[in-house]
Design a protein around this ligand. Structure first.
Ligand code: 6PG
Length: 249
C-alpha cells in the first residue's frame, strides 16, 4: 500500500480491490465509533453502483462476526444516499435496495434510520422531499455528514453529478433531480453544497476502466465532476493498482 499527495489530494493505492474494500470498511466502522465516542449521532452518506457493494457486504460480515461491532449504538447511526436512481426500492438498480441487502442486512439499524429517496414521487418532488429529510436530520443546521462515500464513473462523474448536466451548477439546493441525457434517465443527487460540507469524504475507485479519469483528475487536474469534490473536511481517494497504474511506485 502507498499513499501519495497529488496536488493536495491524498491518494492511497492498495494492491488489490479486496484490500481497498477492507480499508474502506475500516473507515466506515471508525467513523461510527468516533461519532459515538463524541456522544453524537453518526450520519453517513452511502455511494451506489457496484464498487461499494463488496465493502457493504464486508462490513455486514464483520458485524455478524465481531461482538464489539454488534455493540455499537446502531440506533444512533443514520444512513442517507448520495444519489439514487428513479426506480422502485426493490428494483435491481436501486442504491437503497442494494444497501439494504448488503450493509444493512444485519438488521441492527432501525428502518427509520435508513433514509430512502422516495422515488415513487416525480423526480423534482423526490429531490425536494429528500432535501427536507436532510434538513430534518440536521436540525436545519448545515448538513455535515460524518462520512460521505463516493464512487466515480469512467467519465469522471460522482454521485449523479455527470459531466454536462445541470446539477453541476447548483449552488443553493442540497438535493436536485438531474436529467442525464446519455442514460436517458433522471437521477436524484446530492449537490456539491452537501458533498463539500462533509467532515470526511472517501472516494472508492477500483478497476482499469477508471484509470484515465483518475489520472485526469488527480494528476492532470482536469475539472471533471469528481475532481470538484474538495470538502472542508478530510478527503481521501482509495484506489486499487488497476485504477492507479499511472502513479509512481
Ligand atoms: C451510482 C453511483 C455512481 C457510482 C459510479 C461508479 O448511483 O451509480 O452513485 O456515482 O459511484 O457510477 O459506479 P461503479 O462502482 O458501479 O463503477
Amino acid at each position: 500500500m502507498r499513499t501519495l499527495d497529488l496536488h493536495g489530494v491524498r491518494a492511497t493505492v492498495f494492491p488489490t480491490k479486496e484490500e481497498l474494500f477492507a480499508a474502506g470498511a475500516e473507515r466506515l466502522v471508525a467513523v461510527v465509533k468516533k461519532a459515538r465516542a463524541e456522544g453524537r449521532d453518526c450520519t453517513t452518506a452511502l455511494s451506489g453502483g457496484s464498487t461499494p457493494k463488496a465493502l457493504y457486504t464486508l462490513v455486514a460480515d464483520r458485524v455478524s462476526r465481531e461482538p464489539e461491532l454488534q455493540k455499537l449504538d446502531w440506533p444512533r447511526v443514520h444512513f442517507f444516499f448520495g444519489d439514487e436512481r428513479c426506480v422502485p426500492s426493490d428494483h435491481a438498480d436501486s442504491n437503497f435496495g442494494m444497501a439494504k441487502r448488503t450493509l444493512l442486512a444485519h438488521g441492527l439499524v432501525p428502518e427509520q434510520n435508513l433514509h430512502r429517496v422516495r422515488t415513487e414521487l416525480p423526480p423534482a418532488e423526490a429531490a425536494a422531499d429528500y432535501e427536507q429529510q436532510l434538513r430534518s436530520r440536521f436540525g436545519n443546521r448545515e448538513p455535515r455528514f460524518d462520512l460521505i462515500l463516493l464512487g466515480m464513473g469512467p467519465d469522471g462523474h460522482t454521485a449523479s453529478l455527470f459531466p454536462d448536466t445541470s446539477a453541476l451548477q447548483e449552488r443553493e439546493r442540497l438535493v436536485v433531480a438531474n436529467h442525464v441525457a446519455k442514460l436517458h434517465a433522471d437521477r436524484i443527487t446530492f449537490t456539491y453544497k452537501v458533498l463539500n460540507a462533509g467532515r470526511e469524504v472517501l472516494f472508492l475507485v477500483a478497476g482499469e476502466d477508471k484509470r484515465e479519469a483518475v489520472k485526469s483528475i488527480l494528476a492532470d487536474r482536469v475539472p471533471l465532476p469528481a475532481g470538484k469534490v474538495r470538502p472542508r473536511g478530510a478527503l481521501d481517494w482509495y484506489l486499487d493498482e488497476a485504477a492507479a497504474a499511472f502513479l509512481p511506485r
